[in-house]
Write a protein that binds this ligand. Structure first.
Ligand code: ZN
Ligand code: ZN
Length: 409
């Protein structure tokens, strides 16, 4: 049998709970989704526990699971994923942190953890710290959105087993990093020296002098949290025997894909929000499937409406996603094994991720089909796949697409 290529479409946090506003239906159920419904009719549906029963997934741990990896074994912390997502080359032995530009006084008392939500000038501030040496350790420092940034320490004898310097509260002195294990003594020392140094450099930086003059809070100290290292993790191509590409809306999942050796494909106008260039992402997926065996297409907007508790907005956005899927499905026909699901539920009533299962559909050439007529949480639960675990999704897709050898004679 000729193998099919694989396309995994993840609508972040799309799954939901019944809403009064929709007369007891979920946004996905209430949405007019002719394309998804056709795929459901012609394919197989079921439910999926992204990580396990009763587990509330993060987007990073859920994606690890859906890509076939045990998140309890391989999860390496957000610092690493954010740094890799911003394009910093992460190597074994490096330690990464998520950082904030914050405001402190000369005694390192934190006055504002976000430096008045500083936006302009952070490129210059990051440059002033990037490339500095402390002992034999090189500091790689890069700005992210608003007050956020990432730092990677590169050198010998480093460990991620250090405590944070971010006191998570205004009015407190910046915390002193401590080694949580003996092998992290050096890292704690470097981190503390860096924190002090960041104040000395940033407090008199022209960007901050200008801010002070305008009555704005200076971004004059760096607070660090979420230390992470590079895990011993088999690449996607080693694990699955496939060359993979990823079109992804958020830095966190981009970083994960880079750590797994997948090619992250950037799309013009892709914002990681509800205003993203959906059509561009669909085109990029079609193009990527020419070269790649597997493509991950991640759409963030659905999760944003879930966190905002915006029921009508979520429903409308799902309809937009459905419309943008039309040309893609038209182009691919049934030559590609397509899976459509969510990485977790983000119920609008909860405004955060929940442990609920998510609906799943798979569609491709020559497959059996079930009686599901519409793609929704309730209908998919009646499909032939039953309830699977997130880590079973890759084996399920590979088996259906002809990538798995016979077990036995
Ligand atoms: Zn997510
Ligand atoms: Zn979320």
């Amino acid at each position: 049998m000729a193998r099919m290529k694989l396309l995994m479409i993840i609508c972040d946090g799309m799954a939901d709970r019944p809403s009064e506003e929709l007369e007891g239906r979920t946004p996905l159920d209430a949405a007019d989704t002719p394309v998804m419904d056709r795929l459901a009719r012609e394919g197989q549906c079921g439910m999926m526990n992204p990580i396990g029963t009763g587990i509330v997934p993060g987007s990073d741990t859920a994606h690890l699971s859906l890509l076939g990896y045990d998140p309890y074994r391989y999860y390496c912390g957000r610092g690493t994923l954010e740094a890799a997502g911003l394009g910093i080359d992460m190597e074994k032995g490096d330690v990464a942190f998520r950082c904030n530009f914050a405001t402190s006084d000369k005694d390192l008392r934190v006055l504002d953890r976000r430096a008045g939500r500083i936006s302009g000038g952070t490129v210059e501030l990051a440059k002033a710290l990037d490339g500095r040496m402390i002992e034999d350790v090189r500091v790689i420092f890069k700005e992210a959105v608003e007050h956020r940034s990432v730092m990677v320490l590169k050198g010998t004898g480093l460990s991620s087993e250090v405590s944070e310097t971010d006191p998570h509260k205004e009015g407190e002195i910046v915390w002193t990093a401590k080694a949580l294990k003996p092998e992290a003594e050096k890292t704690a020392r470097i981190l503390n020296e860096f924190t002090r140094m960041s104040f000395d450099i940033l407090d008199k930086h022209p960007v901050n002098l200008d801010r002070k003059e305008k009555g704005l809070l200076p971004g004059n100290i760096i607070l660090s949290r979420g230390p992470g290292d590079v895990p011993d993790i088999p690449s996607f191509s080693v694990k699955h025997g496939m060359e993979a590409g990823a079109i992804v809306g958020i830095t966190l999942v981009k970083g994960l894909c880079r750590i797994l050796g997948m090619e992250v494909i950037e799309v013009d106008g892709a914002t990681g929000g509800a205003d993203t260039n959906l059509a561009g992402k669909m085109d990029a997926a079609i193009n990527a499937l020419i070269e790649k065996d597997f493509v991950l297409l991640h759409i963030k907007g659905t999760d944003v409406f879930g966190h905002d508790g915006d029921v009508a907005g979520k429903k409308e956005y799902i309809q937009k996603v459905d419309a943008s899927l039309g040309p893609l499905v038209e182009k691919l026909g049934d030559d590609v094994l397509l899976a459509l699901t969510a990485d977790h539920s983000t119920p609008t009533s909860v405004k955060d991720h929940a442990s609920d299962t998510v609906p799943l559909l798979v569609h491709g050439r020559g497959m059996r089909f079930d009686n599901v007529q519409k793609f929704s949480e309730t209908e998919a639960a009646g499909g032939m796949l039953g309830t699977i675990n997130g880590q079973e999704l890759m084996p399920l897709m590979k088996g259906l697409a002809g990538w798995v050898d016979k077990f036995g004679a």
